[in-house]
Every structure is written in structure tokens, then in C-alpha cells.
Design a protein around this ligand. Structure first.
Ligand SMILES: Cc1cc2nc3c(=O)[nH]c(=O)nc-3n(C[C@H](O)[C@H](O)[C@H](O)COP(=O)(O)OP(=O)(O)OC[C@H]3O[C@@H](n4cnc5c(N)ncnc54)[C@H](O)[C@@H]3O)c2cc1C
Length: 388
């Protein structure tokens, strides 16, 4: 693909050399490990998650923004740029990294005991152990406060029972962070996937995020020792703070999918001829391309601004909602618009555009649907909750 001018307003000048170097490394690994294979993974609905995790672990991409325990300790901005490059390959591949680093590892890193951290984090950072994060249930998605997964005391032990649904990485994971209602409050548990009573079934027939393993996680009276609970948090603020963490990476990542689509559409527009001219010479096509390039750059500025706020320790959840809502919604609009520019070729797996558009349907829904982020922002604006 030719290098095409997408950075109209020189956003790149806002980055440090170190940030650009990290981006170059991730772009290279996506070029060699993901791009040549991802269309086939998508078509088969299978991804070599363990192999990818080991490679990503070598590069420090797992738990990249965390410190200690073998984690790279990178900035939020550098982590975001890595998410963008990974998602330019595929949203499913970026999801593997997000769930590992921002959800499973982050929960243990932030709320775990010293023993839980030293048992799991170094192996997870290296990609030797894969994690998943079980919050959503079959009947409780946007409203996790109504969860029915239960944690009961049995002597000193805990007994966990319930079903989690749509859990990324569950079928390939070694460990799950599971959120369950205990008598006192919602608590988080570190659950080895080989514990008796744990089963994970791959969800079939997905039409989106096919290069990602997604499962149903069943917990049938799973007996866990007293120290399986995450000691440092009680209540829904535990899982919600993990989601705030992951949503930041997603706000960057979605722009990668959009950038890939726009590159493809631009390249196509200048080479495909109809009526004796490149279709990129028609004003209607140029209007589409211009609007998409503008939205992409606005989204980038938003992600970068929030990344800088995060690095200064100042980012607030409703700000993250602004970025997740805008950037995923615009990325999906860009992917769909690019699809039109490719005409019939736009629906072919020979081009990445419809794969990205289909993936972004999942990204629009997970980590808080667009509607939920609108409600978060609406509540901030009005002081009134419209959730229930
Ligand atoms: C591919 C994929 C991977 C995922 N990975 C994970 C994972 O790793 N871990 C995990 O825990 N979960 C995961 N999820 C689940 C995801 O977080 C949920 O799907 C999401 O929170 C929405 O829940 P739901 O699907 O049950 O939809 P529902 O909550 O049933 O919502 C359905 C519709 O109703 C709307 N709605 C709901 N409440 C309101 C309201 N108060 N006001 C207005 N509209 C409302 C929603 O916005 C949506 O449009 C994943 C999902 C997908 C698709």
C-alpha cells in the first residue's frame, strides 16, 4: 500500500521520539505477525492466541502501562498508540491485549494481594499465562449491579456459582478475574481455569470479532481458598475502574481500524477508474474522504488529550466516556463509508474494510454501549441519572 497523507494537521508533531519509536515497533510486529494471516483467522473464526501472546509478551505489550512484575511501565499515551497499531491489524487482536493488560492484569495489579500479583503478573506479562475478565452475564450486561453470580462462604473457603457470558479469551485462558455478589458486596476473585467446576465454551456463529476467542464461563460451585478474593476492593467500583482503564485503550484502538479502512479506501479511490477517471476525482468521493480524514484527526486529538491527562493522573471516567463514545462511533461510520468507496470489493475479505466494520460493531457494544456512555455524559451535564 502506498503511503498516503492522513496527518493533515501534523498531529504527529505532538509526540515524543520515544512514542514514535514504540509505535514503529508495534507497527512492525503487526505487519509481520498479524496482517499476513488475519483475514484467514477471521474467516476460520480462530486465532492463535497463545502464540500471539508470547510474541506480544516479548515486546512488553501485555500490561504495558503497568509497573513492576515484568510489566513495561509505559505511559498511557504509548499504550494507546500500541492499541491503535494493533487494531489497525484487527480489533480482535487488540482485544486480546486489552483484556489481558487492562482488565485481567490491571484488576490483579490494582486490587490483588502481594501473593496474587507475584503468582500471576510476571507470567501474564510474558504471555505465558492468559487472563480473562468475567463481568457480563447472560441476563445482565449494561446493568452489572443486577448480577446473579454468587460467592458464598463455606468454612474458610469461597463457593462461586453462576454464568458469565461474552467473555473474551475465556476458552483459552489460564486464569479468570470473576466478579460475583458476596453477602457484603460485589467482590472480585482470581479463579484458575483448571479449578473443578469451571467450564468455558466457545461462542459460535459470531459475525464480528471473529479473530478473537469469546466464551461462556460457567462456575458450578467452584471451591476457592479464602485468599482467592481480591482484597483491596469491594463493590462495583472494582470492575468499573478496570473498565475505565480498558476504555482508554479502546478509544485509541478504534482509530487504528478506521485508519486502516481510510488508507485502503484512499488507495482504491486513486487507482479505480469509472467513467474514464479515478473515482477519487469525483467530488462526491472527495467529500467522503475529506469528512473521514477530519473525523479521524479529531478523534486522535481527543485520544491524545485524554492520554496526556491520564499520564498526569487527572483523567475522569466521564471524560473516558466522551472518547469511547466518539471514537468508536466515528470509526464505525468511517469503516462503513470506506466500504461504499470500494463498491463490491468492499464486501470482500480480500480487503480489510468490512472485517473492520464488522469488528467495530462489537467494539461499539462492549466496554459500555454507546447508549450507556451517552447516559454517563448526560448525567454529568444535567446532574440527573437516567439509567434506571
Ligand atoms: C465480542 C464481545 C466480547 C466481549 N468481551 C467481554 C469480556 O471480556 N468481559 C465481559 O464481562 N463482557 C464482555 N462483553 C460483553 C459486553 O460488555 C456487553 O455485551 C455489553 O456490556 C452490553 O451488554 P448486553 O450485550 O447484555 O446488552 P444489554 O445491556 O442487554 O443492552 C441492549 C441494548 O439496550 C441498551 N440499553 C441498556 N440499558 C439501557 C438504558 N438504561 N438506557 C438506554 N439504553 C439501554 C444498550 O445500550 C443496548 O443498545 C463482550 C461482548 C462482545 C460482543
Amino acid at each position: 500500500m502506498r503511503a498516503l497523507p492522513l496527518d493533515l494537521i501534523d498531529v504527529d508533531s505532538l509526540h515524543t521520539d520515544e512514542e514514535r519509536q514504540i509505535r514503529a515497533v508495534v507497527r512492525k510486529v503487526v505487519d509481520s505477525l498479524v496482517r499476513p494471516h488475519v483475514a484467514e483467522w477471521y474467516e476460520r473464526g480462530q486465532v492463535p492466541a497463545r502464540d500471539l501472546a508470547l510474541e506480544f509478551g516479548k515486546l512488553g505489550l501485555l500490561g504495558m502501562h503497568l509497573t513492576g512484575y515484568g510489566c513495561a511501565g509505559a505511559s498511557a499515551v504509548a499504550y494507546g498508540m500500541a492499541c491503535l497499531e494493533l487494531e489497525a491489524g484487527d480489533s480482535g487482536v487488540r482485544s486480546l491485549v486489552s483484556v489481558q493488560g487492562s482488565l485481567a492484569m490491571y484488576a490483579i495489579w490494582r486490587f490483588g494481594s502481594a501473593e496474587q500479583k507475584s503468582q500471576w503478573l510476571p507470567r501474564m506479562a510474558a504471555g505465558e499465562a492468559l487472563g480473562c475478565f468475567g463481568l457480563t452475564e447472560p441476563d445482565h450486561g449494561s446493568d452489572p449491579a443486577s448480577m446473579t453470580t454468587r460467592a458464598r462462604r463455606s468454612g474458610d473457603d469461597w463457593l462461586l456459582s453462576g454464568t458469565k457470558m461474552w467473555i473474551t479469551n475465556a476458552p483459552v485462558a489460564d486464569v479468570a478475574v470473576v466478579w460475583a455478589r458476596a453477602e457484603e458486596a460485589v467482590r472480585g476473585f482470581v479463579v484458575p481455569m483448571d479449578s473443578p467446576g469451571v467450564t468455558a465454551r466457545e461462542i459460535q456463529h459470531k459475525m464480528s470479532l471473529r479473530a478473537s476467542s469469546t466464551g461462556e464461563l460457567v462456575l458450578d460451585d467452584v471451591r476457592l481458598p479464602a485468599d482467592a478474593v481480591l482484597p483491596e476492593v469491594e463493590g462495583l467500583k472494582g470492575p468499573l475502574s478496570c473498565l475505565t482503564e480498558a476504555r482508554q485503550g479502546i478509544s485509541w484502538g478504534a482509530l487504528g481500524a478506521a485508519r486502516e479502512c481510510l488508507h485502503t479506501a484512499l488507495d482504491y479511490a486513486v487507482s479505480r477508474e469509472q467513467f474514464g477517471r479515478p473515482i477519487g476525482a469525483f467530488q462526491l468521493t472527495q467529500a467522503k474522504l475529506a469528512d473521514m480524514a477530519v473525523e479521524l484527526q479529531k478523534g486522535y486529538l481527543l485520544a491524545l488529550h485524554l492520554g496526556r491527562l491520564a499520564d498526569a493522573g487527572k483523567v475522569r471516567p466521564e471524560q473516558v466516556s466522551v472518547a469511547k463514545l466518539n471514537n468508536v462511533r466515528e470509526a464505525l461510520a468511517i469503516a462503513r463509508q470506506c466500504r461504499t468507496i470500494l463498491g463490491a470489493n468492499g464486501i470482500s475479505g480480500e480487503y480489510p474494510v468490512l472485517r473492520h466494520a464488522n469488528n467495530l460493531e462489537s467494539v461499539l457494544t462492549y466496554e459500555g454501549t454507546s447508549e450507556i456512555h451517552q447516559l454517563v455524559i448526560g448525567q454529568k451535564l444535567t446532574g440527573l441519572s437516567a439509567f434506571g
